[in-house]
Structure formats: structure tokens, C-alpha cells
Ligand binder design. Sequence first.
Ligand code: ZN
Ligand code: ZN
Length: 168
Amino acid sequence: MNQRDIKSFERLKERFKINMEFAIRIGQLSTCDRAQVGAVLYDPKKKSIKSMGYNSSLSGHPHCDEVGHLMVDNHCLRSIHAEINCLLDVQDAADCILFVTHFPCINCAKVIIKKGIIGVVYLDSYRKREETVSILEEAKINIALFEEVVINPVEYMEKFGNSALISR
Ligand SMILES: [Zn+2]
Ligand SMILES: [Zn+2]
């Protein structure tokens, strides 16, 4: 690698780390302590964060930390998931990468696909289901574990076949 490539590599690594740090941090605002989930929508072309979200109740509605969980079939259904909160108000999420603290559920995966997201980088394999992996893979979304991606983020970005996404 030449000097310029090394710098690009380091910058990309730093961006990836910051994206995930933000996802973790914003997830701490979650009012459902069953899983504090955070999501960050990253635009690799603009090299900027477009949106963030965490799992929480509808605005003005009771929160789990006040009234307890809304349990159905061993899931708390009170919250809107972090991924949805992150993507709901974004007009254009196409060609973006979603950084999430937890592997998405199948319903969030469908929204991720609908929004034209190209990659999902997750920190925790929490409830990672084969069905969800399949649906994301069928949509040609590059799913990757943060721990592995951060070792060589350039390799991950090369999967998208667009060198502009790697440059500084
Ligand atoms: Zn809850
Ligand atoms: Zn979900």
C-alpha cells in the first residue's frame, strides 16, 4: 500500500469505528432494557452519517421503564425498532450502509431492503435468524460482523465495486 492508500485505510477504519460507537451510544437512549439497540445510517459516497435511531415507544406513549414491557410470545412489542426509527424519516437511503448494535429482525430487514440499503454491519449476533440472513442475502445486501469488518474495512467496501467509496 502506498502512503495515500494507508491514509484511506485508516480513515475508513476510523469512520467505521465512529459509526458503531454512535450506534452504541444512541442505543443507550432506549427505554426498553431488554435490548438497547442503536442504528446509524452511513452514506459511503458522502462519507457522512445520514440518520440515527434507537428502539423506543411512540412519542407521548408510555415507556417500558415506566410501565413495564409489553410482552407477547417472549418479545417486548412496545418499541419501534431502532432501524425503523433510523430510516422512517429518511427520503433517500439508497446505497447507504446501516450500522446496528444488534442483528436486525426480519421485519426491519424487509424495510432495510425496501430502502435500497447495500450493507448491514452489526455488532452483536443477538437473535440472528437464518430466515433473516436469507432474505437479506437474496436482496444482495452485504451483511458483516463489525468485529471482522473493522480489521479490514477496505476489503468490505471493495465488495461494492466502487473505488470512490474507499478514497478519502
Ligand atoms: Zn420493553
Ligand atoms: Zn427489528
